[in-house]
Write a protein that binds this ligand. Structure first.
Ligand code: FAD
Length: 482
């Protein structure tokens, strides 16, 4: 697209946010020139989209050749080359292969990369894309013990899926899965870690990701481990021990240990391991030391902003994301951002928060596309309903998990009440109430409560008269509120 050409949109990133943005723009303004610039050979697409309820959605994610998109939208050009630099003043960007593209409106959807505990340590792995997942699998097949650091979704899935290898799981909180649930839910899930895995996995109800093709550089999505055997070198089924309330103090390779004064610490706290027998040794802030084959760093993502920052004056949030307003605009004019790379800096609805998840990447990409089109067409547009209520469906430890609103009482301080119902091995239901109104819920298992609770959260009805009956299993709550 020549710089002088009018009505031209450039989208950077072939992940879910970028592709959804392209699709939205191209269908809304079919005559516009749209270019998608992406680092990898493939793009990600949403398939089998299903609206489960007003706020909850499910879909499959597929890796596809970009030609599929180009065939669908004749005015779309896909360029496979990473963006090297951006000049917001002249409205142009350059790719590493030296091509220069002008834009009228640009949307940055370059995602994020794993936050690594240390850079350039061959014994520390981050999992982000198909390539790194395959590297992990390869290394795991020869491993006897690994240490997983982190307490988010990736760590949760990993420790549950890995077999044939001892897993030491270091979490910084006092309970597992802190990003998603409270200590009660963690308590409900812990027995699943101790039990052997069910022979036949329950049918998978959430988005499926294909791993047949090579990596595209996009973040993996749900079920990234499906189809990848996560097996270590030992005969054991699952063996996980959790180290709570600790972070990583230091990571040593065996060579470093041999020449280091800390050598005795490592030996002292882990006497059964002679220092030289493990390639790497990890010292935790709780004073314990573990030798292992490698360390998996699953401590979140860092937004991929570098190529865009230099020479420009983007406002960047504390978490490293590009700050965007309620129209997905960054602080630089005509530059939008969506997905993992951005930080939502508008005044959030009291029931929504940003989490770097698949569904939000789709919603932001779609909404950014609509905003870009609306601005070009001088139309008014308001913040979409999907940012009204946080909602997420996933699966942890083979249980269906639904999260709604302020499911962990986020930002509510002590101003909230919890109601909990738990049947061991079957379901865990938690409701967060503030001033008698439901503001969040965690539903684990086949509770069938998501739609009713979603409605109760959205209509902010005063539930004080119902008290604990709200979770009384003998009352059919759906009938109650119909
Ligand atoms: P990405 O999917 O990361 O796409 C970024 C795109 O930008 C890529 O195509 C990349 O090639 C391109 N790019 C990057 N830099 C440049 C550049 N300089 N120039 C050109 N192109 C560039 N979410 C869930 O909801 N549920 C889950 O179960 C879940 N599991 C996950 C498991 C793993 C292992 C990981 C890593 C993530 C998981 N996530 C999950 C999170 C989810 O994958 C992300 O939130 C989502 O993919 C973000 O989409 P995106 O389009 O913003 O970015």
């Amino acid at each position: 697209i020549p710089a002088a050409c009018g009505n031209s949109f450039v989208i950077v990133g072939g992940g879910i946010a970028g592709v959804t943005c392209v699709e939205q723009l191209s269908s809304q303004i079919p005559s516009a020139d749209v270019a998608l610039i992406t680092a990898g050979p493939h793009i990600k697409a949403v398939a089998n989209y299903k609206q489960v309820s007003r706020a909850l959605e499910e879909f499959d994610v597929e890796e596809r050749p970009s030609s599929v998109l180009e065939e669908k939208f004749p005015n779309l050009t896909v360029i496979h080359s990473p963006v090297k630099s951006l000049d917001t003043e002249s409205h142009s960007l350059e790719t590493t292969d030296g091509q220069v593209f002008g834009y009228e409106k640009l949307c940055i959807c370059s995602g994020g990369r794993p936050k690594l505990l240390t850079q350039d340590n061959p014994y520390v792995l981050g999992i982000r894309d198909t390539d790194s997942a395959q590297e992990f699998q390869k290394r795991l097949s020869k491993a006897r013990r690994i240490v997983v650091v982190g307490n988010g979704g990736i760590a949760l899935e990993l420790v549950y899926e890995v077999e044939g290898c001892e897993v030491i799981w270091a979490v910084k909180d006092k309970a597992i899965g802190n990003t998603f649930f409270d200590a009660g839910a963690a308590q409900f899930l812990i027995p699943s870690l101790e039990a052997s895995k069910p022979e036949v996995a329950a049918p998978c109800k959430r988005p499926r990701y294909t791993t047949e093709d090579r990596a595209s550089g996009s973040a993996l999505g749900p079920d990234w481990h499906e189809g990848i055997v996560l097996r270590g070198a030992e005969q054991v089924s699952r063996r996980v021990s959790v180290e709570y309330h600790c972070e990583v103090e230091k990571i040593f390779t065996s060579e470093e240990l041999l020449n280091s004064p800390v050598k005795s610490d490592c030996g002292k706290n882990f006497p059964s391991v002679s220092i030289g027998s493990w390639p790497v040794c990890i010292l935790l802030t709780n004073g314990k030391t573990f030798g292992c084959d490698f360390v998996v760093s699953a401590t979140g993502v860092v937004p991929n902003t570098e190529p865009f920052l230099h020479g420009n004056t983007f406002a960047v949030a504390d978490d490293g994301g590009l700050r965007v307003d309620d129209h997905m605009r960054t602080s630089e004019s005509d530059v939008y951002a969506a997905g993992d790379v951005c930080t939502a800096c508008w005044e959030h609805s009291p029931l929504w928060q940003q989490m770097r998840l698949w569904t939000q990447a789709r919603q932001m990409g779609w909404y950014a596309g609509r905003c870009m089109a609306a601005h070009v067409l001088s139309e008014k547009i308001e913040l979409d309903f999907c940012f009204e209520l946080f909602s997420h469906i996933t699966k942890f430890f083979n249980y269906k998990v639904v999260l709604l609103g302020k499911f962990n009482g986020q930002g509510l301080g002590s101003e909230h009440e919890l109601l909990v119902r738990c049947t061991k091995g079957q379901e865990y239901v938690k409701v967060v109430l503030s001033n008698g109104r439901m503001v969040g819920a965690v539903l684990i298992g086949e509770t069938d409560l998501e739609e009713t609770f979603e409605n109760l959260i959205l209509n902010q009805m005063d539930l004080t008269p119902y008290g604990e009956d709200l979770l009384n299993p003998n009352i059919d709550i759906e009938d109650y509120f119909d």
